[in-house]
Ligand binder design. Structure first.
Ligand SMILES: [Cu+2]
Length: 144
């Protein structure tokens, strides 16, 4: 029994260490009353990121500061390696953008659609992640 316990501990460490080493820092600005943002922060933490949550009741000025267009607004705004990640964008798209060093300002998943990371329920239809770019109308970066 003791051996099994030691083995399990060793396995758990082996699984955790690489993920911790590679964790990408994220600063996430959210309203203290929005619960899906907390679940989304937890989701990012479990998917290769290390999230620093900052509660604020003045998200409007954060969105203005990072020039998030009104039609692309989500319930929180996150900053990752100089990119803006607006709303409940799946981790895979954030990782893809970082890996490919995309020449965009960031990504956005507008609103709080069901089935997005941090939101309960099933998707009603495919959800689209848009590029954040002040110069042009939104372009679909990816769908899920
Ligand atoms: Cu939220």
């Amino acid at each position: 029994m003791r051996y099994v316990k030691t083995l399990l501990t060793a396995l758990a460490l082996a699984v955790q260490l690489p993920a911790m080493a590679a964790a990408i820092p994220v600063t996430l600005y959210k309203n203290p009353n929005c619960y899906c943002c907390d679940l989304y922060a937890k989701y990012l933490d479990e998917n290769g990121f290390k999230v620093d949550v900052i509660n604020t009741t003045d998200l409007t000025s954060i969105k203005q500061k990072y020039s998030v267009p009104e039609k692309l607004e989500g319930c929180h705004t996150a900053i990752v390696q100089g990119y803006v990640v607006e709303g409940l964008v799946p981790a895979q798209f954030v990782q893809q953008m970082l890996k490919e060093h995309r020449p965009i300002k960031g990504l956005a998943l507008p609103g709080m659609p069901m089935g997005a990371p941090g939101m309960p329920g099933a998707k009603m239809k495919p959800l689209h992640v848009y590029t954040l770019d002040a110069s042009s109308s939104p372009v679909v970066f990816g769908s899920f």
